[in-house]
Every structure is written in C-alpha cells, then in structure tokens.
Design a protein. Sequence first.
Length: 289
Amino acid sequence: MKEITDPFRHEFWRAYQKRFQRPEDEIFLRPDLWDRMAESYDDLEESPFYREMVETVVAEMERIGALSPGLSLLDLCCGTGTYTVRFAPRVKRVVALDVSAGMLAMLRQKIKVRGFENVETVQADWRSWDPGETFDTVFVSLTPVLNDLDQVERILSVTRRYLVLVHWAGLRENELFLEILRRFFKASPRTRSPGAVVLFNYLFSRGFPAEVRFFCGMWERRRPVEKELERVLFRLRGEGYSVNEGVRERIRTFLEERSREGRVLSRTRVRIALLLADLKREALVFGKK
C-alpha cells in the first residue's frame, strides 16, 4: 500500500498514531486494574489545579451549547463520575459508561447522595458496546481509548452534534516515577503519542475543526505507601516492565524512605488539552474528499 504523506487526509493521522501503539497498552484498558484504583481515584480532586481545570471544562461546554437542558449526553469512560455529576444538573439525560465495576460503584454512590434521576450507568467496554442510539453531546476524558483513532471514528458515529475531548498534550512527567525508572531499571519512559495533537489534526482532516484550550500545571497527591506502590507497579506494567518480588520490595523501601507520616507526595507536571467540536458546523472542504 502506498504511504500517504498528505496531512490533510485522515488516513495520514491513522498511520501516524499507530507508530506509538504497543501491546502493553492493553493493560490500561483492563477493568480489574481500574477496579483496584477506584477507591482512591478521587483523591486527585484535592489538587486545586485539577479542580479548576474540571470547572473550566464544564464552563467551556456550557459556552458552546454542549450542556443545556434538552440535550442527551454520553460520558464515555466516565470513571468515578467527576464530570458526570456536573453534567447531570445541566442536561436532560446522561449515559455514563465505564469498563470498571469499581469505578461505577463510586459513581452510583454520588448519584444516590445527590438524588439524580437522569443518569444511567453502563458497565461495558466501549470497544465492543453498541449504544443503539446517538447523543447530542459525547464527552471523553483522559482515557487510552483516545489513542486509537479507529475508536475515535466510532465515537464520531454516535455524536449528533458536540464532541468534547480532554486528553494529554505531550507532557505527563511524574518526578517520583522518573526516579524509580532511573534507579531500578536504568531507563526513561518510552515515547508516547502526542495525544491531543493527533486528535486535533485527525478531526481537522475529517472536516471538523475544534476549538482548543490548554491546561498546564502540577498535580499533587499524598497517598499511603501501599497505595502509591500499587500505582507505581501499575505504571511500570504499562511501560512493559515485569517486576519481581525483590524489586517490588526495594521500591517499597524507597517509597517508605520518602514518606512522611506514612504518606508519599507524588507530583506530576502535566499539559492537557480541551478540544470542543461542533459537528454541525460546515465541514472543511478537504474533509469531504
């Protein structure tokens, strides 16, 4: 097959994205791993930068009309529902889908406490789930699903008007994890997809120019040593490393030495992009080819 070199064709971006895909990426789509993370997942909301980002995303969606009382919304890979509970009072109906039963259990508690009656939770793998309908707004945030443009194409197929994506934009650097990689594996993180850069260009090449806003800052979380160890091991598996019991214990000791009162400070420098696309705008000419 002849290589496509024209960046205004969506096939170019599909081929480009595949360069970054690895078999070990599948680990980030396994429900059992996210189940184990569910209980402490919301500790990220303790970060002022993260909370401000979430509120800004919601405000930007309201500004373009993606949140209004008559709309249906699909919150895809919703996790514990950080955004779901903010969407529910603003739209007619929310379908919140996630592969993890643990994540959805946390979300259902939030729904019960707030008394929402317009939220439907669905436990399923998006890659094989058939919604049987389309939605006025589809929202997807910080999930590995967005690294697969075949799945982004499926997402487009169930979006009636507004597509809102929140994704990594080339920077996700955890100081603690980098030190662990260097110290115990003499390695650096593998090169990953530019993330939102690819998404923007893919949508643009499909004829759907998106508005873009970037968030740059620091996530700070303090976790018990065992919880931090679990997350480190999770990340290491995603990097393709197998960790034996000896290395595991050395990493635990390393974390204990850096803990205060049994908790470890984890700091992550991030750059995240918000993409807002109105699919009912007139498509770009080259997007119709």
